[in-house]
Design a protein around this ligand. Structure first.
Ligand SMILES: Nc1ncnc2c1ncn2[C@@H]1O[C@H](COP(=O)(O)OP(=O)(O)OP(=O)(O)O)[C@@H](O)[C@H]1O
Ligand SMILES: Nc1ccn([C@H]2C[C@H](O)[C@@H](COP(=O)(O)O)O2)c(=O)n1
Length: 683
């Protein structure tokens, strides 16, 4: 997951390949609650691991349900069988509506019938999301519920520690036109108390987001509950209801998350490797309402085929076709249509989306504000949004997208990187995707491509111990970029030669046959980088690489042209989306001569020797400052005086002497340079 302040997505030019979706958020949190309320043990597979499921799981743990992660990634839940084990606790539910609403209903009923008291709260935005209609329904039943902040909104206190008989004779009336989660919450909770008599729910007003109710009814069926529907607005929970665990249950891939990759397939040109996007984990047999996004995407021109659990998408009509659509049936996925509309042949109107206003943020306002930044003309109303794309490529603008702590805003606008103007897109606070799809951007970059020269590279070259590695790694972390420690490659050649018994002393290296052998060795090296570990022929050589003797050997072999040539492609291979920070001696002069930022980092030899001395001592290695100083001066001389790719600043490099700077000051300086020459200098 990208935890950076922002993520700059370079302009993208094509996409193809297969995406495996994380589990559905709606199904995951419903299944967790049903398993917790049931009798028996439920083993759940493919559960979504995200902020929203984490808060639900934490709540279940606090309620003393057995929650046991299994080695194979499954989760085992020991159900409460409707009997509270904990009668007083405070639950924090973040911004998870799928946890707040159903837990309020279930705990409200259980607190009243078993004499308990719970307080439920969330993040500030959760305290702005309405819950009054659900509270009214619980109060009709006789549950004591009080508001701890503003009336109509969480936080809530459920129960007062005393037993209250419930009034189940009259139908329980609940509004259906604010959020379908209120009805879902009652459908999930009322079976706990429908033991002696039928319990009836009557929906008042038009029921929005009906597909989410269908998910609820289908999952209730899996846990042994069959609700009778009488007409469009009456649901009867039969007397004698009892939750029974199905034993095992698998969570489908998230159909709303699929919408971004369906849109991607519809708008991205194919790559040289393949045509189209395949989505695994959700397909045409999905129980999720957002699978109907497929129909909407087809209307806009996408070519989509599929099987029960898989979808294949290709670009069809291009530009996409503008549409005028009622989106009540796909409220979440419809946001993706708003971004597809930026690539359409006219004005698109998405109607009946009032529920967007009370989601993680006011989504109508958010989509309108951010879409306008890109150059689109956008009109918004209480329950609609109307999008006219920028009239021509020149009208597109590079935008820094504010994401409002809303995962869907972030994921939607990533697709703006396919703009015809070839502009990058900045996504602020990219970690907000953790709510439903923590690895969304990784999945996106896996299937997207762009011309290598469009992938930004920051080069950090300089003499030994100047702090290149430290600086490069910090910059890469802050920007979410890949890291190339090119010195490590030369160090690996030195080590590999040593393992093979090939001498790397100065004299032997002068022999043409030895130079050829080392070139072949470098080309055939079996290396693997995993996080901070480096493996040579499967063996962890991370520590061996960092010794001073490995540095000296690297310096010697690096003067051989055959070795440098053998490592060229490997280094170019590090230039992957979304960007790269590369440290070495010739990053800016030879390997990435077109890089948009080149830094030549220096410090006085004395400073560098001091730093190296401290570094070695802190790792428990013996060190002598005078010999370190002599070695690094010798190494610098060799590296800068060799014929091929000598150590020297590129003509367009910015020089940074960090003798008097600490690491953070150096990082700030380089990030400042980067920001000022980016497409978003004001952000
Ligand atoms: N600006 C700085 N101020 C103080 N110490 C620094 C600074 N930059 C790096 N250091 C420290 O100096 C030591 C050497 O830094 P680093 O390993 O990053 O250098 P390098 O240039 O990559 O070296 P080499 O080329 O030999 O791999 C480290 O212990 C690091 O923490
Ligand atoms: N791009 C590079 C990187 C490194 N080298 C050589 C010269 C260095 O002395 C040696 C070890 O590098 P370090 O790990 O200390 O950065 O490798 C090079 O020639 N070109």
């Amino acid at each position: 997951m990208y935890t950076t302040e922002f993520l700059d997505i370079p302009p993208l030019t094509g996409a193809s390949g297969t995406v495996h979706l994380p589990g559905s958020k709606s199904i995951s949190n419903r299944v967790l609650l049903l398993a917790a309320l049931s009798e028996g043990v439920t083993t759940i597979s493919d559960l979504l691991d995200s902020d929203d499921t984490r808060v639900m799981l934490q709540a279940l743990r606090q309620l003393d349900c057995g929650v046991e992660p299994l080695a194979n990634g499954q989760l085992r839940i020991q159900g409460l069988g409707g009997q509270l084990r904990i009668k007083q606790t405070d639950l924090f539910l973040g911004n998870a509506g799928t946890a707040m609403r159903p837990l309020s209903a279930a705990l409200g009923l259980l607190a009243s019938t078993q004499g308990a008291q719970f307080e439920l709260s969330g993040v500030p935005r959760m305290h702005e999301r309405p819950i009054g209609d659900l509270v009214e329904a619980l109060r009709q039943l006789g549950c004591p519920v009080s508001y701890l902040g503003n009336d109509g909104f969480p936080p809530l206190r459920l129960g007062d520690g005393l037993i209250h008989p419930l009034m189940l004779d009259a139908p329980i009336r609940v509004r259906g036109d604010v959020s379908s989660q209120f009805l879902t919450a009652l459908l999930l909770a009322l079976p706990l108390v429908a033991t002696e008599q039928d319990v009836v729910i009557e929906v008042v007003g038009e029921l929005i987001s009906r597909p989410y109710i269908d998910i609820t009814l289908k999952l209730l069926g899996k846990f042994g509950l069959h609700i009778r529907e009488e007409g469009a607005s009456r649901f009867v929970i039969p007397a004698g209801s009892r939750y029974r665990s199905p034993g095992e249950i698998a969570v489908e891939g998230d159909a709303s998350s699929a919408s971004y990759f369906i849109a991607l397939g519809a708008l991205a040109p194919p790559t040289a490797i393949a045509n189209g996007i395949t989505i695994e984990g959700v397909g045409l047999a999905s129980i999720q309402g957002d699978i109907r996004f497929v129909e909407a995407a087809r209307l806009m021109g996408a070519e989509i085929t599929g099987e029960a659990n898989r979808l294949h998408i290709r670009r069809g009509a291009w530009p996409l076709k503008a549409v005028d659509l009622d989106c009540n049936h796909i409220p979440d996925a419809a946001m993706t249509l708003a971004v597809m509309a930026l690539y359409a042949d006219g004005t698109t109107t998405l109607r009946n989306i009032a529920s967007w206003r009370v989601k993680e943020t006011d989504r109508i306002a958010a989509m309108a504000n951010e879409g306008r930044k890109l150059g689109a003309t956008i009109e918004e109303g209480p329950d609609f949004i109307r999008i006219t794309p920028p009239p021509n490529p020149e009208s597109w603008r590079a935008a820094s997208i504010h994401t409002y702590d809303d995962h869907r805003v972030a994921m939607c606008f990533s697709l703006a990187a396919f703009n015809p103007a070839g502009l990058p897109v900045r996504i602020e606070d990219p970690k907000c995707v953790a709510k439903t799809f923590p690895d969304y951007f990784e999945a996106l970059f896996q299937v997207c491509e762009t011309a290598p020269q469009r992938i930004p590279v920051i080069c950090v070259d300089g003499p030994t111990a100047s702090g290149k590695g430290t600086l490069a790694s910090e910059i890469a972390d802050r920007l979410g970029y890949h890291l190339l420690d090119s010195g490590a490659l030369y160090r690996l050649v030195g080590l590999a030669a040593d393992k093979k018994g090939l001498s790397t002393d100065d004299q032997t290296l002068k022999e043409p046959a030895q130079a050829r052998r080392l070139g072949e060795l470098a080309a055939a090296m079996n290396v693997r980088f995993e996080g901070h570990q480096t493996y040579l022929d499967g063996q962890d050589v991370s520590d061996a690489l960092r010794t001073e003797s490995a540095g000296m050997a690297a310096s010697r072999v690096s003067a051989i042209p055959q070795v440098r040539a053998a490592l060229l492609q490997l280094q170019h291979g590090f230039r992957r989306l979304p960007g790269l920070v590369a440290d070495g001696r010739d990053m800016g002069t030879v390997i990435f001569p077109g890089a948009p930022l080149k830094v030549f980092l220096t410090a006085s030899a004395e400073q560098r020797a001091q730093r190296r001395y401290k570094q070695l001592i802190s790792k428990g290695n013996a060190a002598n400052i005078d010999s370190l100083l002599a070695d690094l001066v010798a190494r610098d001389l060799r590296d800068s005086s060799r014929t091929h790719a000598p150590l020297k600043p590129a003509e367009d490099a910015l020089q940074l002497d960090n003798s008097a700077l600490d690491v953070e000051q150096s990082v700030k300086q380089v990030l400042g340079w980067w920001q000022s020459q980016s497409a978003f200098p004001g952000n």
